[in-house]
Design a protein around this ligand. Structure first.
Ligand code: HAM
Length: 429
C-alpha cells in the first residue's frame, strides 16, 4: 500500500465507473450536436481577476472557494477554474469570435475546483458538462439551453427531477429591487449575520441565497423581485415559460432562486433531485448578458447557458437503478489456451480476432487453464474460445457461451462471422 492517499475532496475513477462516464459523455456529445452546439476546451486555470470580475466578489465561490496561487513572486495570481462560463466568454472575446458570426453555440465537459467542505455529492475537484449560447438574447435562446439540458436527463432515463425557475429581471429592475431590499432589511440589521451585513451594502440580492437557516427564515418574508419587474421583463419570462410548456417540460417558479453566481439576468434556473440529499442541485444556469462587459468588452454580449454536475448526475442515476443498463465494456471473447506450447499460436489468433474487430482477451502470464477460465468469468467475457491440440490440428475451435454454456465448434472465419451477427443482433441494427 502506498503511504499516500488522494487529496481530500478528490476521487479516482476506475475502469468500471469510467465506462459510465464515457456513456454519459457520449450522450452529451450526441445531443449537443443535435442542437448544433460544438465543443470548446479551455484551460484549467485562468487569471484570478477573470473569476472575481465574472462571478462576483461577494459570492461564496470567489470569497471562500477558489484555489488560487501565484506562480512566481511577481506574477499575477492564477486560479483553478471553479466554473466554465467566465472562461468560455473570455475565450470567445479573446478570439474575437463575434466578428466572424454573431451567434456561437458551444458545449464543454471538464473538471472544476472549489474549496468547499467535502460531503456526499460535494467535492473539491468535480466535473461538469454544459453549454453556452453566445450572441443572442431572447427567450427562445434560454428555452433552447433548458431544453437541451432536459433532453440529456431524459435520454439517460432520469425521472422525477425538479426544474425550478425564476427571473432576475434586467439591471434596472434589480436596482429598484435592491433599494427595496435594503429598506426592508434595515430594521433587522442587528440580527443579520456578518456575511449578510456585508452583502446588505454591496449586493443585497446575495442575502436571499444565504445558507444560514436563521437568514433563510428572515428572507422568507422579504419582498420578491418579481413584483419589481417592468412589463418587458415580465413578458420575456412568460415567453420562456410558454416555450417550456409547449415542449411538455414541467417547471416550478421559485421566487427565491438567485443562484450562486452574480452574472445572471432575466431567467435563472436550477434542477434538483430528491435523491441527492443536502447537495441536491444537479444542474443550473441562466441568462448572463452583462458578463462580457464585466470582462471589459465594450458592449454586452447576450448569452445563456447551463452546467450539470456529472458526479451528482451519476449518483442520481445509480439511485434510480439506471447504471445497470449501460452497455458493458467487457470483452466478447476470452481465448483459453489449453497447453503452454500453443501460447504463441494463441497470440496469433487473438491478433486475428482483434483485427476483425472482436474484443478479445488472452492470458499473458502463462496461467493454468482453470485460472484462465476463472479470469474469463471474472471479467464477464461473453464467450470462451478454446485452443488445444485438436483445435490446432483441425483449425476448428470450440466456442462456449459463458452465460448459457452452449458450445459450438467452428472455423475461425465462421466464429468471426457468428460473433459479428451476435453483435448486430444485440445492437438491434
Ligand atoms: P453551478 O450551479 O455553480 O453553475 O454549478 C452547476 C452544477 O455543478 C451544480 O448544480 C452541481 O451539480 C455541480 N457542482 C457544483 N459544485 C460542486 C461540487 N463542489 N461538487 C460536485 N458538484 C458540484 C455553474 O457552474 C454555472 N457556470 C452554470 C452556467 C452555465 N450558467 C450559465 N452557463
Amino acid at each position: 500500500m502506498s503511504q499516500y492517499q488522494s487529496v481530500k475532496g478528490t476521487r479516482d475513477i476506475f475502469p468500471e465507473e469510467a465506462a459510465q462516464w464515457n456513456y454519459v459523455e457520449t450522450i452529451v456529445h450526441k445531443l449537443a450536436a443535435l442542437y448544433g452546439f460544438r465543443e470548446i476546451r479551455i484551460p484549467i486555470f485562468e487569471y484570478t481577476e477573470l473569476f472575481q470580475r465574472g462571478i462576483g466578489s461577494t459570492t461564496d465561490i470567489v470569497g471562500k472557494e477558489m484555489f488560487s496561487f501565484q506562480p512566481d513572486p511577481k506574477g499575477r495570481s492564477i486560479t483553478l477554474r471553479p466554473e466554465m462560463t467566465a472562461g468560455v466568454m473570455r475565450a470567445a472575446l479573446q478570439k474575437n469570435l463575434f466578428s466572424l458570426a454573431p451567434v456561437h453555440k458551444l458545449f464543454y465537459i471538464g473538471e472544476l475546483f472549489r474549496k468547499e467542505r467535502p460531503q456526499a455529492g460535494r467535492q473539491r475537484q468535480f466535473s461538469q458538462f454544459g453549454a453556452e449560447l453566445l450572441g443572442v438574447s431572447s427567450p427562445a435562446a434560454v428555452a433552447e439551453v433548458i431544453t437541451l439540458m432536459m433532453q440529456v436527463f431524459k435520454s439517460l432515463g432520469l425521472n422525477g427531477l425538479k426544474l425550478r425557475i425564476n427571473t432576475l429581471g434586467d439591471s434596472e429592475d434589480r436596482l429598484r429591487f435592491r433599494e427595496a431590499l435594503q429598506a426592508w432589511f434595515a430594521p433587522f440589521h442587528d440580527i443579520l449575520d456578518e456575511a449578510s451585513k456585508e452583502r446588505l451594502e454591496k449586493n443585497p440580492l446575495r442575502i436571499l441565497d444565504s445558507k444560514n437557516p436563521a437568514m433563510q427564515e428572515l428572507v422568507s418574508g422579504a419582498p420578491r423581485l418579481y413584483d419589481y419587474l417592468k412589463e418587458s421583463s415580465l413578458q420575456d419570462f412568460k415567453k420562456v415559460l410558454f416555450y417550456l410548456e409547449e415542449r411538455g417540460i414541467a417547471y416550478e417558479i421559485d421566487h427565491r432562486l438567485v443562484r450562486g453566481l452574480d452574472y445572471y439576468c432575466h431567467t435563472a434556473f436550477e434542477v434538483t433531485s430528491s435523491e441527492l440529499g443536502a447537495q441536491d442541485a444537479i444542474g443550473g444556469g441562466g441568462r448572463y448578458d452583462a458578463l462580457a462587459r464585466e470582462l471589459g468588452n465594450s458592449a454586452d454580449v447576450p448569452a445563456s447557458g447551463f452546467a450539470v454536475g456529472i458526479e451528482r448526475l451519476l449518483i442520481t442515476m445509480e439511485k434510480q437503478g439506471l447504471l445497470a443498463a449501460i452497455p458493458s465494456d467487457a470483452p466478447v471473447v476470452y481465448l483459453v489456451v489449453q497447453q503452454q506450447d500453443l501460447a504463441d499460436h494463441g497470440m496469433q489468433i487473438a491478433w486475428q480476432l482483434r483485427e476483425a474487430g472482436i474484443k478479445t482477451e488472452i492470458d499473458l502470464a502463462g496461467r493454468s487453464m482453470k485460472a484462465q477460465m476463472r479470469e474469463a468469468n471474472r471479467i464477464n467475457a461473453a464467450y470462451a474460445l478454446f485452443l488445444g491440440a485438436t483445435e490446432y490440428e483441425t483449425g476448428h475451435y470450440s466456442l462456449k457461451n459463458l452465460v448459457t454454456s452452449e458450445q459450438t465448434t467452428l472455423t475461425l472465419e465462421a466464429i468471426v462471422q457468428f460473433l459479428r451477427e451476435q453483435r448486430l443482433q444485440q445492437c438491434g441494427n
